[in-house]
Design a protein around this ligand. Sequence first.
Ligand code: PXL
Length: 279
Amino acid sequence: MRVLAINDISCVGKCSLTVVLPIVSACGVTCDVLPTALLSTHTGGFPGYTFRDLSEDIPGILGHWQSLGLSFDYICSGYLGNVSQISAVLDIRRRFLAPGGKFIVDPVMGDGGKLYAHFDLGFVEEMKRLCREADYILPNVTEACLLSGVPYPADGAPLPAREIVGKLSSPHTCPVVTGVVEGEENAVYFRSGGKICRYALPNAEGAFHGAGDVFTAAFTGCLARGRTAEDAVRLSADFTTASIFRTAKAGDDRRFGLRFEEEIFAFLSRLNGEGKSGK
Ligand code: PXL
């Protein structure tokens, strides 16, 4: 199995490729990478970060891959540095996704009801185009609202998660909406077959940087290992939540991301079928 991860390299802050690459590799599948941008840190809390857009390198990289006859069983896209990279990802899907392969889109755009730095509503419109081509989309609540046109809920109001999953679904696109806080719980809503499912775990107060990237990486690794989407959601949510609670307990500066490394063996032993089965 060959996975292509399209995402930025934030040198510090444990998100995007510094999370996806180790987790997908640890799942036991090849993880090739296409870096979209190089940053000194992610954009969420370290003033003065550097940002180099790598768009100009992409055509040459793709041309070389094409000359090698490469294709990928899974393509997983994450942080894209500008609108033109959305078109590039659509082109990559068309040229390099193996027959029967799966295209996973984490529509990284914002959190906590706000767009991240560098994004605007024009980018959101283009991201909708990318999501329509995906087999799985993994938005957080903010991104799910932007994509579906449902307003981000005012403080404490419930999110109409089932309605959103319905709106984002198509015959070939399964949405997986993460981070839906409901009382003491943090739920994932997703479509599996014809039904909308909910998988809830205890919620840890506040925001945790890089949690979405840990979930996406684990989800992709689980699918690439042949797990069903439903199993992949459960294993990835359990792994992400355990990493979040470990980070909260340690009292870390949350800008530096999750302590996923200390939870990876438990996750892998379940993925590899040791101990409890995938439930
Ligand atoms: O974790 C999402 C993410 C990825 N990449 C960059 C980011 C963020 C969130 O802030 O800034 C560069």
